[in-house]
Design a protein around this ligand. Structure first.
Ligand code: NIG
Ligand code: FE
Length: 408
C-alpha cells in the first residue's frame, strides 16, 4: 500500500521550481519557487504535490498528516565536494601555515595530503566509518542531506578500497562516493606515470564501489596530458568525471573537464576570461569552494563572471583536514556572498540543485518538486535570514526519503 504523508502548516516552502526549469542557470529571486502557507505531499519518499495549503486536493483520505508548526521548508543541501573520510588532523601544519609556510611548501616537505595519507593508511575500515558517521551527522544537523565523499587519502589499492568500502556503509544521508586515487603521488612511486599506471590496474575493482572519478590536476601533482589518458580509460569503464581544476595555477584543467564532458570542474579559480566563457556555455558545473580559498589564502573564483555568463555554479565545503577543515556550510554561503558577490538566491541554488547537477542527480535531489526525493529540512528562519550569521542556520528537523531522522 502506498504510504502518503501530507506536510501542512508550512510558513514558506522553497521548491526551486524556476531553478529546475532553468537548469540552475541565471538564477533570480523568483526562481526559488517560494510558496507561502504551503503544503507538500510525499508518496513513498517522493514528492508528489506542492502548493498552497488552501488548494490541497482532497484525494488522500488515508494520508498521515504532519503539522510543521509554521516552520519553513527547504530542499536538503547537497555538498557535492568533500574529502570526508580521513584519519588524523593537520593542526600543527595549520599553525606553521599561520607562521608563513605555504600550503605548497608543506606538501613538498612530505606534509599535506601525504601526512593525512599516513594516518589514514593506519586506520581500519571500522575506524574510518566511525569517524565518517560522526561527520555525516554533523552535516545532517545543518540540513545537508546529500554528501559526496571522495577517497584519496589511501593512495594504494588496499587503502583506497578500504575508504570506498567505508563510504558505502555511511548511513542516514545520501552518500555519493568518488574515487580520488589520483590525489597525490605517494613516495613509493617514482613518478606520475608509474603511479597512474598502478591506479589504472585496479580501476575495474573501484568501479564496483563507485561511479565517479576525480583527479587533482596541478603543478607537482598530475599533469593535464597524462590526466587526459587516465580519465579517458576511466570513462570507458563507465565512470563519470570530476576534476580538481585550476586551483593554484592555470594548468588548463577546466578546459579538459569541458572537453571530456565532466560533470564538474572544481575550484576553477585560475581561469582566463575565455575559459570562463567556455565553462559558462558548457554542461559542466563549476563547483566553487570558498572555505578552502579562505583557509589557504588564495583568490576566490570569479563567480560573478561565471554566473553572469550563464554558468551553473555549485558551492561545496571541500571538507578536508588541510585546505578546508570545516564542515560549516553557513560559512561557505557567507563567503560566497561577501567575497564572491553571489546573491542569496544564487547561493541557495548553488547549495542544492547545482550541487545535484555536479553529482548527476539533478532529477532526483536538490529541489522539492513532484518527482524529487523528499529530502528536506525545516527551520524557524526564513530564507532571507540564511548565510548572514557565520554559524549555520538552525535546523529543527531533517527528512531523507520522506523519513524523519531521529535526534541529530
Ligand atoms: O580540494 N586540492 C587538493 N585536495 C584538497 C586538499 C586536500 C588536503 O590538503 O588534504 C582540496 O583542497
Ligand atoms: Fe577537494
Amino acid at each position: 500500500m502506498a504510504r502518503t504523508i501530507i506536510f501542512k502548516n508550512i510558513s514558506q516552502l522553497m521548491t526551486l521550481r524556476g531553478a529546475v526549469k532553468k537548469s540552475a542557470r541565471n538564477i533570480q529571486h523568483k526562481d526559488l519557487g517560494l510558496i507561502k502557507n504551503g503544503a507538500m505531499v510525499v508518496d513513498n519518499g517522493i514528492v508528489s504535490w506542492v502548493g498552497r495549503e488552501s488548494s490541497l486536493p482532497q484525494k488522500w483520505p488515508d494520508a498521515k498528516i504532519v503539522d510543521l508548526a509554521g516552520e519553513n521548508v527547504f530542499p536538503g543541501f547537497v555538498d557535492c565536494h568533500t574529502h570526508l573520510l580521513f584519519a588524523g588532523d593537520r593542526v600543527d601544519e595549520f599553525e606553521s601555515r599561520n607562521r608563513g609556510v605555504s600550503y605548497q611548501e608543506i606538501a613538498e616537505a612530505g606534509g599535506g595530503i601525504l601526512a593525512t595519507m599516513r594516518a589514514t593508511r593506519k586506520a581500519s575500515e571500522k575506524d574510518l566509518l566511525q569517524l565518517g558517521q560522526k561527520r555525516v551527522d554533523k552535516f545532517l544537523a545543518q540540513g545537508v542531506t546529500t554528501i559526496e565523499v571522495k577517497s584519496g587519502y589511501g593512495l594504494n589499492q588496499k587503502s583506497e578500497l578500504k575508504i570506498l568500502k567505508a563510504a558505502r556503509q555511511l548511513k542516514k544521508a545520501r552518500i555519493v562516493p568518488t574515487f580520488l586515487g589520483a590525489h597525490a603521488i605517494p613516495k613509493e612511486f617514482k613518478n606520475e606515470e608509474a603511479y597512474l599506471l598502478s591506479l589504472e590496474k585496479y580501476l575495474g575493482q573501484v568501479r564496483e564501489h563507485c561511479q565517479r572519478i576525480d583527479i587533482f590536476i596541478e603543478k607537482g601533482y598530475f599533469s593535464k596530458k597524462r590526466a587526459r589518458e587516465y580519465l579517458q580509460s576511466a570513462k570507458e569503464l563507465g565512470f563519470a568525471i570530476t576534476i580538481h581544476a585550476d586551483q593554484l595555477n592555470a594548468v588548463g584543467a577546466t578546459e579538459l573537464a569541458i572537453q571530456l564532458q565532466a560533470l564538474s570542474a572544481d575550484h576553477a579559480i585560475k581561469l582566463s576570461p575565455t575559459v570562463i566563457k567556455k565553462l559558462a556555455l558548457s554542461e559542466t558545473t563549476a563547483v566553487l569552494l570558498p572555505s578552502a580559498d579562505f583557509y589557504i589564502h588564495v583568490d576566490y573564483p570569479k563567480a560573478r563572471s561565471l554566473l553572469d555568463g550563464g554558468a551553473r555554479c555549485a558551492l561545496a565545503t571541500d571538507f578536508n583536514p588541510g585546505s578546508s577543515p570545516t564542515q560549516n556550510i553557513g560559512l561557505v554561503g557567507l563567503l560566497a556572498r561577501l567575497h564572491m558577490k553571489m546573491t542569496l538566491p544564487e547561493v541557495f541554488v548553488a547549495m542544492t540543485l547545482s550541487g545535484a547537477y555536479a553529482l548527476g542527480l539533478e532529477n532526483e535531489v536538490g529541489a522539492l518538486m513532484p518527482g524529487y526525493k523528499a529530502d528536506f529540512f525545516i527551520s524557524p528562519l526564513q530564507w532571507r535570514e540564511f548565510f548572514y550569521d557565520s554559524l549555520p542556520a538552525p535546523v529543527s528537523a531533517v527528512w531523507v526519503d520522506g523519513k524523519k531522522l531521529r535526534a541529530l
